[in-house]
Design a protein around this ligand. Structure first.
Ligand code: IPM
Ligand code: MG
Length: 373
């Protein structure tokens, strides 16, 4: 036991040193971008990933045909980010794949499978960290109910930073670590308040559990309030994550919320809840943005159950298509994004993906989107 404790303490010291170094170097890297060309990397992912990505690729090829022909945009397929490959190489993101990814400017990524337990880290988490994609932006809209929410989930810290590097005393206990840094919090808070300001929003909800997670969420809360003070026209209120989860399913008040800023894990959980209110996780897109790169994806996973049941062809591509809209907007093509949004809405009305209706497949939905474009 004494040896295990000593090893654990040494491990902890190592983590602490690494995290202090990370905190001091946040925002340091700067990549040179070719101003004349934007490379969009397309990553299939696992499970339903390749099925839904095929439809997104078709839509982007059509929408960006002129730019692709003119050489200002390249759609580049990145191979090899599969669970088989990752397990065989023992790397969450194989080095060769990471090198290719880093040559792109923006990415559209299908869901990747995350093995639970064990040592293999989630490919998503590795990519978010390696590309420093600190802001996970997840919009949720239900126009009939006047719901227009935008979640700013901190994307590289909290429970995720050291999620696969906890401590275990076998047969006795396990400990994981949660990390919140001043700068990491400041930049996500700033993203949320800047978004609110630019989009005429008047309210930002800061969501924590700072009554219990006193150090980490306490810091998150303090920094968010500090940033909020720079935006006197925007009202900022703090809510605990438990009551906020209840508020989102309370029709009497939920449409009052506009912008949310929250730590990583709470953001993960509550954005699935929010997506379900919008019509299901299959309908929601997600942007992971940093200063150098941006990665767009569906908010859901690779749906192994759907694949196991032989229903992969009925995976809903709306989420990844919505992510493609966000990507287009990110690279300054708002008009094309609007066009795609309208086409998705029209396809939803004409040919909704539905396993109970033969023919209403993922591919049929994608074809309908193309027709609308
Ligand atoms: C998400 C997903 C990921 C997360 C998984 C796949 C690692 O649930 O993007 O919300 O937990 O962040
Ligand atoms: Mg999630």
């Amino acid at each position: 036991m004494e040896t295990m404790i000593k090893n654990a303490v040494a491990h902890y010291e190592q983590l602490l040193r690494e995290q202090i170094a990370r905190a001091e170097n946040l925002n340091a890297a700067k990549k040179q971008k070719d101003e004349n060309k934007t490379v969009i990397g397309l990553i299939d992912g696992d499970g339903i990933g390749p099925i839904i990505m095929a439809e997104a690729k078709k839509a982007l090829e059509k929408l960006l045909a002129d730019e692709i022909a003119g050489g200002t945009i390249e759609l580049r397929v990145i191979e090899g980010l599969t669970i088989e490959n990752r397990l065989a190489l023992g790397q969450a993101v194989p080095d060769s794949v990471m090198a290719e990814i880093k040559k792109c400017d923006v990415l559209l990524k299908g869901p990747t499978t995350t093995p639970s337990g064990g040592k293999m880290e989630s490919a998503n988490v590795s990519l978010r960290r390696a590309l420093d994609l600190y802001a996970n932006v997840r919009p949720v809209c239900v126009p009939e109910e006047n719901i227009d929410w935008t979640f700013f989930r901190e994307n590289t810290e909290g429970e995720y930073t050291l999620g696969s590097r906890g401590i275990e005393i076998p047969g006795v206990l396990s400990m994981d670590f949660k990390v919140t840094t001043v700068e990491g919090t400041r930049r996500i808070a700033r993203s949320a308040f800047e978004f609110a300001k630019k989009n005429g929003k008047t309210h930002v909800a800061i969501v924590t559990k700072s009554n219990i997670m006193k150090k980490t969420d306490g810091l998150f809360s303090a920094i968010c309030h500090e940033v909020a003070a720079e935006y006197p026209d925007i009202q900022a209120d703090e809510y605990y994550i438990d009551i906020m989860s209840a508020n989102l399913v309370n029709p009497a008040i939920r449409s009052n919320f506009q912008v949310f800023v929250l730590p990583n894990l709470y953001g993960d959980i509550i954005t699935d809840e929010a997506a379900q209110i919008q019509g299901g996780v299959g309908t929601a897109g997600s942007a992971n943005t940093g200063t150098e790169y941006a990665m767009f994806e569906a908010i859901h996973g690779s749906a192994p159950r759907l694949i196991a049941e032989g229903l992969g062809d009925y995976a809903n591509p709306e989420s990844i298509l919505t992510a493609a809209c966000m990507l287009l907007r990110h690279i300054g093509m708002a008009e094309k994004a609007e066009k795609l949004t309208a086409a998705i809405q029209a396809a939803r009305a004409a040919k909704p993906v539905d396993a109970a209706i033969p023919g209403n497949t993922c591919q049929a939905f994608g074809d309908e989107v193309l027709k609308q474009l």
